[in-house]
Design a protein around this ligand. Structure first.
Ligand code: PMP
Length: 417
């Protein structure tokens, strides 16, 4: 079994100077045994990450989706080094911003301009401000259980600490794939709704992923067109894993604004909002900005990242590896009598366990996977990268067999289906 001694030491040191010892989404939930998993990373390469105790893992978290072409991909890191030698955050924008905007506008149909940010939250917030400027309306509708960022409006299911009524009073909530709920929303608020924000498929925390129904998409388009409400695609998580043209093109959404971030820079912080021509003047009328939003090193990373995805058909590579991972896991689960379920697109599968309502089963499975050298997230979708090849998947499945057996011995199979 691997040891997590250095992780544990860092956590104790960290707790003196950082709330929880780890800030943000990577922190350890209070229901976890901190000794059972590694918590601090040392380095990463390709599909693998090494923790501070020297244990290597095949990584299916991929920096929460940020890594898409392999950690430390040489061409991308060389582009970053080359740009960084000249400077990244300068007093002026650089030609990299124009090159990248041209690349993105060329890839995503209907979109004619791009704005920037550093995070997914920057992108979704910018899109909302532009939608409000264009429509002169304040309300925004989001799908129940979806996450659009750390600002008050974008994460209604987040812990409520520090949130005030003002943060959410302009937010309305709808249910995924529920046409009657859409009808209700637009009847009640159609003329006040600036935008509906959707992810291209529904990926709620700790629950199964759900693809969009064609009829629901059609109803959404019809309502938005009739009411003059804009449609925003939050492609922060799925972007570049399902298609280079925006994940909305896979499912048939026709958004007015598209938000990218995670996969864009292969780990270098960057976000983009793309919009249609009719929204250009609204985009020119707003002030949404950040000191680091024109950082050229991240843009150099993104330009090379997208070029590689394009040249090597990265999307198809991830789909193929994801497909064999998903079908392999399901076959193992069936053979061993385990309760696994796999939902969502193969390149970003959501792995759940039937009847595992309090995550007990998944928590132990994640611990045993880590012991075997596979890093998974128990309540967030997994992510494949182009560095996860057939061999990586085969090795993963061999480890998963042991981890599944250990979990089955340890946790009683949930009976509620
Ligand atoms: N939208 C979606 C769909 C996301 O998954 C996330 C991040 N998990 C965000 C927005 C926010 O991105 P960030 O954490 O970079 O601000």
């Amino acid at each position: 079994h691997p040891r997590y001694t250095e992780s544990r030491k860092l956590l104790e040191r960290g707790r003196r100077v950082i709330p929880h010892g780890i800030w943000g989404h990577n922190r350890i939930p209070s229901s976890y045994d901190p000794d059972a998993m590694p918590w601090f990373a040392d380095r990463a390469e390709g599909a693998r990450m090494r923790d501070v105790d020297g244990n290597w893992y095949i990584d299916y978290i991929c920096g929460y989706g940020a890594m898409i072409n392999g950690y430390a991909r040489p061409e991308i890191d060389a582009a970053v080094r080359e740009q960084s030698a000249k400077g990244s955050t300068l007093s002026h924008a650089t030609a990299r911003s124009i090159e990248l905007a041209e690349t993105l506008v060329d890839l995503v149909p209907e979109m004619t301009w791009t704005s920037w940010g550093n995070s997914g939250s920057d992108a979704t917030w910018s899109a909302l401000v532009i939608a409000r400027a264009h429509t002169g309306r304040s309300l925004v509708a989001c799908v129940e259980g979806a996450y659009h960022g750390m600002h008050g409006w974008g994460g209604l299911s987040n812990p409520p600490g520090g949130r005030i009524a003002d943060d959410v009073q302009s937010v309305r909530s709808i249910r995924w794939n529920d046409i009657a709920d859409l009808d209700r929303l637009f009847t009640a608020h159609g003329d006040q709704l600036a935008a509906v924000v959707v992810t291209p498929f529904h990926h709620p925390m700790a629950d199964e992923a759900i693809l969009p129904d064609r009829a629901w998409i059609n109803a959404l388009h019809a309502h938005c067109e009739r009411a003059g409400t804009l449609l925003i695609s939050d492609d922060v998580r799925a972007g570049f894993r399902l298609a280079l043209s925006g994940s909305h093109t896979v499912f048939g959404f026709r958004p007015d604004l598209v938000c990218f971030s995670k996969g864009l820079g292969n780990g270098w912080p960057l976000a983009a909002v793309l919009g249609t021509e009719r929204l250009r003047s609204a985009a020119e009328s707003v002030f949404v900005a950040g000191t680091f939003w024109n950082s050229a090193s991240s843009m150099a990373a993104a330009i090379t990242n997208i070029r590689i995805l394009r040249e090597e058909d990265g999307v198809e590579k991830m789909r193929r590896s994801g497909e064999s991972l998903s079908s392999g896991l399901l076959a193992l689960s069936e053979r061993l009598g385990a309760p696994l379920r796999v939902t969502g697109p193969p390149a970003m599968p959501t792995v759940t366990a039937k009847g595992d309502h309090d995550l007990t089963w998944r928590r132990r499975f994640a611990v045993h996977m880590a012991e075997q050298g596979v890093l998974i997230h128990l309540s967030h979708n997994w992510a494949l990268s182009t560095a996860h090849d057939a061999e990586t998947v085969e090795e993963t499945l061999a480890h998963a067999e042991v981890a599944l057996q250990r979990t089955l011995e340890e946790v009683e199979l949930p009976t509620a289906m």
